[in-house]
Design a binder for this molecule. Structure first.
Ligand code: TMP
Length: 214
């Protein structure tokens, strides 16, 4: 019997340290015999990766940001995510629509009602239009103070357009995530990312493997 497909998303402000845990989780789930698809947003298909480059490196207004990430998401869902779910894979996605609500909604202060409309259009159905909204089965929210994340980013890599935003922006993004998590507590697992790597990994395992999402 084909196992049920699952979508697990990884969220948090830049510098929260989610990337290495995505790889580790993929390995743990594969060791359990699951097909795992590792992907990311913006991106995940050739078209969406091109949109990602535009998004990360060109100045634009918040509505254009939202339209680009949702355009990429539409392609990602059609070409990669839905087919993987149909095969029974576990899809591990580094950021998804919660990032749009947190960054464009929270960080930029853009109208969340418009984002919700785009979400409905783009994720409107598991299979056919008019079906249930496709949402992740589980969202791991790597949460830590914006100042701590900024220090980590400074040590780690050259900043892209969003990573150059100030701390007040990332405070608003963090609040945006908190708002999404409060609206859907069953889907969100809060991960305290302001801890050593091993302690964070223990929380990830607890959230995913204990819930048998794999
Ligand atoms: P990352 O893949 O290196 O985390 O970079 C993606 C950046 O894009 C990150 O700063 C978060 C931002 N972003 C948005 O602003 N809106 C979105 O919908 C998504 C998916 C990401």
């Amino acid at each position: 019997m084909t196992p049920a497909g699952r979508v697990i998303t990884f969220e948090g402000i830049d510098g929260a340290g989610k990337s290495s845990h995505i790889e580790a989780l993929a390995e743990a789930l594969r060791a359990r015999g699951r097909e795992v698809l590792l992907t990311r947003e913006p991106g995940g298909t050739p078209l969406a990766e091109r949109l990602r480059e535009l998004f990360l490196h060109h100045e634009m207004d918040p509505l254009t940001e939202a339209l680009l990430v949702f355009a990429g998401r539409r392609d990602h869902l059609r070409v990669v995510i839905r087919p993987a779910l149909a095969r029974g894979a576990v899809v591990l996605c580094d950021r998804f629509t919660d990032a749009t609500f947190a960054y464009q909604g929270g960080g930029r202060g853009f109208d969340r009602a418009v984002l919700a409309q785009l979400e409905t259009w783009v994720q409107g159905a598991r299979g056919e239009e008019g079906g249930a909204l496709l949402q992740p089965d589980l969202t791991l929210w790597f949460d830590l103070p914006a100042a701590t994340a900024a220090a980590r980013r400074a040590a780690a890599r050259a900043a892209d357009r969003l990573e150059r935003e100030d701390q007040a922006f990332f405070d608003r993004v963090r609040a945006g995530y908190a708002q999404r998590a409060a609206a859907d507590p069953a889907r969100f697992a809060h991960i305290d990312a302001d801890q050593p790597r091993e302690a964070v990994w223990a929380q990830v395992q607890q959230a995913v493997l204990a819930r048998q999402e794999g």
